[in-house]
Design a protein around this ligand. Structure first.
Ligand SMILES: *[C@@H]1O[C@H](CO)[C@@H](O)[C@H](O)[C@H]1NC(C)=O
Ligand SMILES: *[C@@H]1O[C@H](CO)[C@@H](O)[C@H](O)[C@H]1NC(C)=O
Ligand SMILES: *[C@@H]1O[C@H](CO)[C@@H](O)[C@H](O)[C@H]1NC(C)=O
Ligand SMILES: *[C@@H]1O[C@H](CO)[C@@H](O)[C@H](O)[C@H]1NC(C)=O
Ligand SMILES: *[C@@H]1O[C@H](CO)[C@@H](O)[C@H](O)[C@H]1NC(C)=O
Ligand SMILES: *[C@@H]1O[C@H](CO)[C@@H](O)[C@H](O)[C@H]1NC(C)=O
Ligand SMILES: *[C@@H]1O[C@H](CO)[C@@H](O)[C@H](O)[C@H]1NC(C)=O
Length: 735
């Protein structure tokens, strides 16, 4: 299945861009890396320098491969998907994707996930990991939403930041992608995302700003156009925003002269050619005929090599030891890089599970006589582990979406196996049916059991079509007639607990208020330890602390933006006319009551909030940054307001609370009513209290002034709301 894999390559033209010091790598380290790079470049011929930034897709062992330069012992880069682990390799871990990392609202777990993934990429000899992915969940049905960190730019930015620091701590280059405005799969190469300047700054570019601040060394552009110009040649987004305003001191190559013609006819296979065509010998000729100055080639090579030296890849870095075409090939050593990462994967799996309904103490499960387990999504893939290339099917427990954002499962713990094993400890009998459509079997298994656990799913992915969904989902309903299955089970069991494995929001209106549906457990996409993670929640081994990184509406039409599925235009315009009002910001502004709001999630205990203290002011002083280096400015970084409050565990079980801080700018700014600007994950014993401190910079109180082209703190009173979700506000203050 190598050829379909080529077609689903996420890799667009890769921009290898070096960044300045931000605290993650010191300026002295950067200077040393640049000095080495300049020395190396000075010895190289033009063809060698061009080779440094030239390569090919998939024609060598990795998904992308740059050319070696023997004279300086540069082995070339191995570039490999994906944002959740090493793709197309064996003996690797299948981590929970970013959407579940986001649902933990826990920076430590986000960072540790990055560290562990980085270790696996390094162990395979991958120089450049093609992640994290940080496009926002603008349209709830968009296919690749699960590869990113959800609907909110602040949460996504924190996820990107922690992941990058984690990956690069292992000496692996991280890649921030896809720059920018790639928020649906349909027509992704033949659409233009038309985004206004303020929305671009305040929403879509924020995770990339945070990536620059984390010291990311690579950025990948997206397939789509922005305002009619392809992302890979968009002067305003690359030179203006990324390099200019964010001070991303990288290069932009010579794309303006050669790229447009190639890009105009872009499709998946020409993309593969594109890299060679645009760089390689064509670039050598472009220099020779004077259309590209050699100084620019020097700059490109210098910055690519600087990233290599900066991360220490020039010394002791493992050579590529796998073959993404064929893990059974002689040149694939099947090096086992998993370490003990399964422990972390299970930890993230449970910490990202969101408890959405729990009536009458249905959960955690007590010692029971009998359990009925119902649904395809509780069992194994009937086609076998990794039975569907790039996970292109919804068969068995759903632990990741499909496409290039995947990795092979080393194993996959099913809920059926994990629950059965746990139930055996209590002497509880388990019966099951794995059919979603045999409603008689569902009734039989549900009837007379102490509890009926029903598993439903909704899947999506990159470009290719699964069960009639072409990357993007066709709707927000559960797959395989999941609603009918839940209704059937609830008809026969008054203690029906629904578990949902999904890429994003699913409309649950058909059964959420059914009196026999006693609990709803949102398991998301938990990775290889799926069954263990959900079992830890169901049986109370872990007190749920996951929070929704997106809103679950009562109808798809409640959301402000939708995937556009049909087009007869050569280039489909996608107007981002909802502007800043995406996800909860739209629900809040338009007065629409969601079923479950952004940031929501229950616990087995309860928490009280008190003693809000706010010190400092964002007003006055401080010059908003413009121009190169601004991402490092005190305006964006220095804490100027300190918010403190107390969280008390008022229940009887220890657990984590996820306090959230939302800022409300004055009405004059026409901003959303509430915007997330802080969160934490704090563990509190029953009866105990803990003080939580959150620090805010001027940036956290700013809007993008399109006239002055700078960040600005508005005049007037700015609200600060602290609470347990975007709607469960417990404490209010202002500055
Ligand atoms: C550039 O890379 C290609 C592919 O590896 C190789 O064939 C060629 O010899 C290289 N050129 C130089 C000057 O190193
Ligand atoms: C490595 O993967 C191969 C399949 O590609 C499998 O047969 C082998 O058992 C794995 N080894 C380890 C240590 O996981
Ligand atoms: C796209 O067009 C809008 C509306 O004119 C403008 O505000 C924005 O800055 C443009 N963005 C880019 C990247 O050209
Ligand atoms: C220079 O060479 C490049 C690459 O072969 C080509 O695309 C371009 O048209 C040439 N320009 C001139 C002025 O000959
Ligand atoms: C689970 O669903 C998949 C996809 O519809 C199907 O191929 C498979 O047969 C189902 N498994 C069972 C046990 O029904
Ligand atoms: C709830 O389940 C019980 C069986 O335990 C059944 O008798 C009852 O009709 C169900 N309620 C509804 C509303 O379906
Ligand atoms: C994050 O999760 C870990 C593991 O559950 C926990 O120990 C820690 O308290 C949580 N919060 C933070 C801020 O790390």
């Amino acid at each position: 299945m190598a050829f379909p894999a080529i077609l689903t390559i996420a890799l667009q033209v890769l921009l290898l861009l070096a960044v300045s010091c931000n605290g993650q790598a010191s300026q002295a380290e950067w200077d040393a890396a640049y000095a080495k790079a300049r020395t190396a470049v000075a010895q190289m011929t033009l063809a060698e320098k061009v080779n440094i930034s030239s390569g090919e897709y998939y024609l060598s062992r990795c998904i992308g491969n740059t050319n070696p330069v023997a004279s300086i012992n540069f082995p070339g880069f191995c570039l490999e998907d994906s944002p959740l682990g090493v793709r197309l390799a064996s003996n690797v871990s299948a981590f929970p994707p970013a959407i579940n990392a986001a649902a933990t609202f826990n920076r430590t777990l986000m960072r540790e996930r990055g560290v562990a993934m980085g270790a696996e990429f390094r162990g395979k000899g991958v120089n450049v990991a093609l992640g994290p992915m940080m496009n926002l969940m603008r349209a709830p049905a968009a296919g690749r939403n699960w590869e990113g960190f959800g609907a909110d730019p602040f949460l996504s930015g924190e996820g990107a930041f922690e992941t990058i620091i984690g990956i690069q701590s292992q000496g692996v280059q991280a890649t921030a992608k896809h720059f920018i405005n790639n928020e649906q799969e349909h027509f992704r190469t033949t659409s233009t995302s038309n985004v206004d300047d303020r929305t671009q700054h305040e929403l879509y570019s924020i995770p990339f700003l945070r990536s620059v601040q984390a010291g990311v060394v690579a950025v990948m552009c997206s397939y789509n156009q922005i305002n009619g110009t392809y992302a890979c040649e968009n002067d305003k987004t690359i030179n203006g925003i990324l390099k200019g305003e964010f001070g991303f001191q990288g290069y932009w190559g010579a794309t303006h002269s050669t790229a447009p013609a190639v890009m105009a006819g872009l499709d998946a296979s020409s993309t593969i050619i594109f890299w060679q065509l645009f760089f390689g010998t064509a670039l050598v000729s472009a220099v020779q005929n004077g259309s590209v100055p050699e100084s620019r080639i020097d700059d490109m090579a210098t910055r690519v090599l600087a990233a290599w030296y900066l991360l220490g890849q020039d010394s002791g870095y493992p050579p590529v030891n796998f073959d993404s075409h064929n893990n059974n090939a002689a040149d694939d050593q099947r090096v086992d890089v998993q370490g003990d990462h399964k422990v972390l994967i299970r930890e993230i799996g449970k910490a990202s599970t969101v408890l959405l309904k729990n009536v009458g103490g249905a959960l955690p499960l007590r010692k029971l006589t009998s359990i009925g387990i119902i649904g395809n999504g509780s069992g194994p893939n009937s086609r076998g582990l990794n039975g569907c290339p790039d996970s292109q099917c919804d068969d068995g427990v759903l632990a990741m979406g499909w496409g290039s954002g995947t990795a092979s499962f080393p194993y996959l713990i099913t809920p059926l196996d994990a629950i059965t094993a746990r139930a055996a400890e209590d002497g509880t009998t388990v019966s099951s049916t794995l059919s979603d459509t045999d409603l008689d079997a569902a009734a039989t298994v549900a009837t007379g059991k102490d509890v009926a656990l029903v598993f439903i799913t909704a899947d999506s992915g990159e470009s290719s079509t699964v069960e009639g969904n072409a990357g993007d989902r066709n709707d927000l309903q559960a797959w395989h007639s999941g609603d009918a299955l839940v209704q059937q089970v609830a008809k026969f069991n008054k203690n029906t607990i629904v578990v949902v494995n999904t890429v994003g929001p699913v409309v649950v209106e058909a059964w959420i208020d059914h009196p026999n549906v006693t609990a709803l457990v949102w398991s998301g996409l938990p990775g290889q330890e799926a069954g263990n993670s959900v079992t830890d929640i169901l049986f109370g081994a872990y007190n749920p602390s996951g929070r929704l990184p997106y809103t679950i509406g009562k109808s798809i039409t409640d959301y402000s933006a939708q995937v556009i599925y049909t087009s007869s235009a050569a280039i489909l315009p996608i107007p981002y006319s909802e502007g800043l009002f995406v996800d909860y910001k739209h629900f809040d502004a338009a007065g629409i009551t969601p079923r479950f709001e952004f940031g929501f999630g229950l616990s087995f205990t309860t928490f009280g909030y008190s003693k809000l203290e706010i010190q400092g002011t964002p007003h006055g002083g401080g010059v908003p940054p413009t121009g190169p280096g601004s991402s490092l400015s005190p305006f964006l970084h220095d804490p100027i307001v300190t918010v403190k409050f107390t969280v008390k565990n008022t229940g009887s079980v220890a657990g984590h609370e996820i306090p959230q801080l939302y800022v409300a700018l004055p009405a004059s700014t026409a901003s959303p009513p509430r915007m997330l600007k802080g969160f934490d994950s704090v563990f509190v014993e029953p009866g105990q209290s803990t003080q939580v401190t959150m620090q805010l910079s001027k940036f956290d109180f700013s809007f993008w002034n399109v006239v002055t082209q700078s960040w600005q703190v508005p005049d007037g009173k700015i609200g600060i709301a602290v609470g347990a979700s975007s709607r469960d506000i417990r404490l209010n203050g202002s500055v």
